[in-house]
Design a protein around this ligand. Structure first.
Ligand SMILES: NC(=O)N[C@H]1NC(=O)NC1=O
Ligand SMILES: [Zn+2]
Ligand SMILES: [Zn+2]
Length: 476
């Protein structure tokens, strides 16, 4: 156990661990944090020992022993749904769940809240409801929908991390999908701005989800019926469609929640062509994320009627899952996020075709990834790379968040990589206690979470009130 005194004004703090984890290595040492909650120095054990012999009065030492000391997780894909659908989720519950899971930054998706984040005014409405309710730092995605091209520049000025759009029905009437013409206009506005355009990459022309209803149709209680309605081609064609815009734009494109493994080689080809044409930005301006559900679940294991497993694109077969792990191993994916997209239980039900698509897991980002990664012999640095550094880079937060490096916010966690716990309704802190992982044993437990040097979660308890900040521009 870690011994220290919790309620003290913030002075200088020295966090110690036998396993300090960065996104590329692990070492025995410490992290010195200043009174502004920023990392001042990252130290090897011999330097730590010489500091400790100096008996500095106002230095608080927090020794985690063998617990891993890691950067807080940055989850770049969370649907908070407030205001408007706050019975599904809200800022308090989503960020409390995040804090309990060692997630120190979330980036809120532009849809499912009413209003959606598609104008500056709507962003103000969202920020007003987030204010004073957030337990971790919160950034915002804007949305691109038909007709809001003129709102995009204002949203960039306000500090959104980028924009998401849909190439198929989003399931939310306030957030319509875009057509080729809408996209061409959006790319024209965004060109040269340095922002990110993220795609829900399923192309509607391949959508078979409404093709059949009534007698004679495949059984909607079976998962395979749903899976067959959203084939790999929906993703593959969407990504090829996105790639067709790249020669005319310098906008960074990001594919969210990749499920079908076949999209990765297509993206790589698009990236290589961009790089050959002289594109200089991060990863050739083409990146992809996958989600813990695609890395943890497979279609064969989904029981009839259990729509807590439903999301889109769908969880595919075990061969697909193994291929995604191969891509993780080879660093051919860029980050892992939750796509935490909750709803109330009434919208789930046992019919896979009509149930709400969305899986809640913001609280379990790290243990979910680690359970699978550890079993495959991967390191904690690998987890930090995909769950912290990668998403921070996507959100443009690489100089603030996502790593253990001098100058960054001291968003830190103590993580026990060998502990295990059971996902139960009592453990879950997000609003609707629905999960495809219910009663599963997960490996790895977040013991403590620090946000900008302040303790916000310890030993299964949240500490004090909300200390999160909104990651929007000064003067917004
Ligand atoms: N609207 C919404 O949150 N949709 C999300 N749910 C899901 O499973 N995939 C999504 O994009
Ligand atoms: Zn999506
Ligand atoms: Zn989503």
């Amino acid at each position: 156990r870690i011994i220290d005194h919790i309620h003290q004004p913030l002075g200088k703090q020295l966090f110690l661990s036998r396993r300090v984890v960065t996104d590329s290595s692990e070492f025995d040492g410490g992290v010195l944090v200043n009174d502004k909650g920023k990392i001042e120095a990252v130290l090897k054990r011999d330097v730590v020992n010489s500091i400790l012999t100096q008996q500095l009065d106002n230095l608080k030492v927090i020794d985690g022993g063998n617990l891993a000391l890691m950067a807080g997780v940055v989850d770049s894909h969370v649907h908070v749904n407030e205001p408007g659908r706050s019975s599904w989720e809200g800022y308090v519950t989503a960020t409390q769940a995040a804090a309990a899971g060692g997630v120190t930054t979330i980036i809120d998706m532009p849809l499912n809240s009413i209003p959606p984040t598609i104008t500056l005014q709507n962003l103000k409405t969202k920020a007003a409801s987030a204010k004073e309710e957030i337990f971790v730092d919160v950034g915002f995605w804007g949305g691109v929908v038909p007709g809001n091209q003129r709102d995009l520049t204002d949203l960039i000025k306000a500090g959104v991390v980028g924009f998401k759009c849909f190439l198929t029905d989003s399931g939310i009437s306030e957030f319509p999908m875009v057509t080729r013409n809408d996209l061409a206009e959006a790319f024209a506005v965004l060109n040269g701005s340095g922002t990110v355009l993220a795609f829900h990459a399923e192309l509607s022309q391949n959508d078979k989800s409404t093709a059949c209803s009534g007698p004679g149709c495949p059984d909607p209680i079976l998962y395979d019926t749903y899976l067959a309605s959203r084939p790999d081609e929906m993703e593959i064609n969407a990504v090829s469609f996105v790639a067709s815009f790249l020669p005319q734009t310098d906008v960074h494109v990001h594919i969210v929640h990749v499920s079908a493994e076949g999209v990765i080689p297509i993206l790589e080809q698009a990236r290589n062509e961009r790089i050959k044409a002289g594109y200089k930005g991060w990863r050739g301006g083409v990146t992809a994320e996958t989600c813990n559900h695609y890395l943890s679940l497979s279609s064969e294991m989904i029981p009839p009627g259990h729509s807590e497993y439903k999301c889109s694109p769908p969880v595919r077969n075990i061969t697909n899952k193994m291929k995604l792990w191969e891509y993780i191993n080879d660093k051919r994916l860029d980050l892992v996020a939750s796509d935490h997209s909750p709803s109330v239980a009434e919208l789930k039900g046992s019919n896979f075709m009509t149930a709400w698509g969305g899986i809640s897991s913001v609280q379990f980002d790290l243990p979910l990834f680690w359970t699978e990664a550890k079993a495959r012999g991967h390191s904690l640095s690998m987890a930090s790379h995909y769950l912290s550094a990668g998403p921070a880079r996507l959100a443009g937060l690489q100089d603030k968040k996502g790593s253990i490096r001098p100058g960054l916010d001291a968003d830190l966690i103590f993580f026990d990589p060998d502990a295990s716990f059971i996902v139960t309704p009592q453990v879950i802190r997000y609003k609707n206690k629905i999960s495809p992982y219910m009663y599963r044993v997960l490996t790895g437990k977040v013991m403590r979470t620090y946000l900008r040097g302040q303790l916000i979660y310890a030993d299964d308890e949240l500490i004090d009130g909300p200390k999160g900040k909104m990651l929007l521009n000064e003067g917004f």
